[in-house]
Design a protein around this ligand. Structure first.
Ligand code: UDP
Length: 466
């Protein structure tokens, strides 16, 4: 199959690009050529040429191509970041089409779940298109069911926040925990997202970054047709967990926080990190700091400037942001990183005892693949739905009370940290995570469920293109 070339087309943002790069590595291991086409927009959150050069240098076997696209015009001022992404991806479509026309021998397209407009490009070129779904299978079960459910819902989700919604394959979910962009029925963003959900049905298959033993109930609902009554969904293949590897570089490349972790006892450190975009108000940072201090636990915390700060790239002034004297009082047992930490490497470190996470799916999978219990603190997008899967279905974590109101109190931070780090319930979750970690490794082994699912996908690709 060495002659096959697959073009991967990620959405904007690190959380979408990272798993695509890991997916590209799987293709390469299987003898296919891959090319990742990365949108470069003047408007928002696209990967810069510098960042792409760094990624390319770290992954010399993968071909990256930057697709410069024009401004998306009025969409770039939309208050909702998802709508801005959708705007950018729309104007990127003709650029992708030209690029693929000029690229010889493309055998298949793998499109991020946000890139469903590019199904038109695939149809125009008569190239088979698959969706890559970089979130939980439970989210896919909900999203494929939404075009059926949404028109019959009694009102907008935002107007019935505590109502329990029932979707096949997942636990009941409060309307307020549904994906942010679908909260208001009839809004342009909800319509756009619903169209994306519906269009996933046009793909030749859906590759999901998860593994079957983690989400058996959702898989059963999807494969038995419960989520898409009257229609068969495209084959759903769980091929994960595709997670960032730890640092494979030499000791000199190690981040200072890893050096610090080396000096900490096993399973003793609380790690707090909230994805590539998560930011908190100064008031919330203060509550977290007070909670960590009174918990008495060691901690590693990634701190960013609050959203009200003019520029996210300005280095945070920790003394000004955190309560007076906090850094000094906790100096012996803490390490505070500004803006970015090597998260997957941190999570693999034996000193980590719990991961406080925003429930982005990459973060959740990295926690699971490392066997680390989680404290779930969802912030935006589909993270509240992931929280439901993680806490109620997989039981790999606990949730902080008060995330819905936008301020989690110090006492709650302290209570949840103590619960996971120093209680019987916490120990039970830890044991469950050790099992989940084993299951994740088994899925990826030769003959494991993800390995087999990927082989089935390749057979389908072979049949379609030979
Ligand atoms: N990440 C990281 N360091 C950080 C924050 C995030 O390496 O300080 C990585 C994290 O390991 C994950 C990705 O960025 O692979 C974030 O993806 P996720 O789906 O968790 O959240 P998103 O950023 O999409 O909200």
């Amino acid at each position: 199959m060495t002659h096959k070339t697959v073009v991967l087309y990620p959405s904007l943002g690190v959380g979408h690009l990272n798993p695509m790069v890991e997916l590209a590595k799987v293709f390469l291991r299987r003898g296919l050529a891959v090319l990742i086409a990365v949108v470069d927009s003047p408007d928002k959150d696209s990967v810069s040429a510098d960042a792409l050069a760094r990624l390319a240098a770290a992954n010399p076997d993968i071909a990256f191509r930057l697709l410069p696209v024009p401004s998306c015009g009025t969409h770039k001022h939309h208050p909702n970041p998802v709508m801005r992404t959708i705007g950018v991806l729309r104007v990127a479509n003709p650029v992708l089409l030209d690029f693929l026309r000029a690229t010889p021998d493309v055998d298949a397209l793998v499109l991020d779940m946000f890139c469903t407009d590019a199904l038109d490009v695939a149809a125009e070129l008569d190239v088979p298109a698959y969706i890559f779904f970089p979130s939980a299978l439970g989210d896919l079960a909900i999203m494929l069911n939404l075009p059926y459910y949404y028109p019959t819902a009694p009102s907008s989700f935002k107007d019935m926040p505590e109502t329990l919604l029932h979707f096949p394959g997942v636990p009941p979910i409060r309307a307020l925990d549904m994906v942010t962009s679908l909260q208001e029925r009839g809004s342009d963003i909800a319509e756009a997202r619903l169209s994306q959900c519906a269009r996933m049905m046009e793909a030749r298959g859906i590759l999901v970054n998860t593994f079957t033993s983690l989400e058996e109930r959702a898989l059963k609902a999807l494969s038995s047709g419960l989520c898409t009554p009257g229609r068969s969904a495209p084959p759903v293949r769980c091929i994960g967990p595709l997670v960032l590897p730890g640092n494979t570089g030499g000791i000199s490349e190690r981040h200072a926080c890893i050096e610090w972790l080396d000096t900490q006892p096993d399973r003793s450190v609380v790690f707090l990190s909230f994805g590539s975009l998560g930011r908190f108000s100064t008031a919330q940072l203060g509550e977290i700091a007070r909670g960590l201090e009174s918990s008495g636990q060691r901690f590693l915390w990634v701190v960013r400037n609050p959203p009200e700060h003019r520029s996210s790239s300005v280095e945070p002034d920790l003394e000004a942001l955190l309560p007076e004297g906090f850094l000094e009082r906790t100096r012996e047992r803490s390490f505070v990183v500004t803006n970015w930490a090597p998260q997957s490497e941190v999570l693999r470190h034996q000193s980590i005892g719990v991961f406080v996470t925003h429930c982005g799916w990459n973060s959740a999978l990295e926690g699971i693949a490392s066997g680390v219990p989680m404290i779930c603190w969802p912030l935006y997008a589909e993270q509240r739905m992931n929280k439901v899967h993680m806490v109620e279905e997989m039981k790999v974590g606990v949730v902080v009370e008060g995330y819905e109101e936008g301020l989690v109190k110090a006492e709650e931070v302290e209570a949840k940290v103590r619960l996971v780090m120093a209680s019987g319930d916490g120990e039970e979750i830890r044991q469950r995570l050790l099992t989940a970690k084993e299951m994740a490794m088994d899925a990826l082994k030769e003959g494991g469920s993800s390995d087999v699912a990927f082989a089935e996908f390749l057979t389908d690709l072979q049949n379609r293109t030979c």
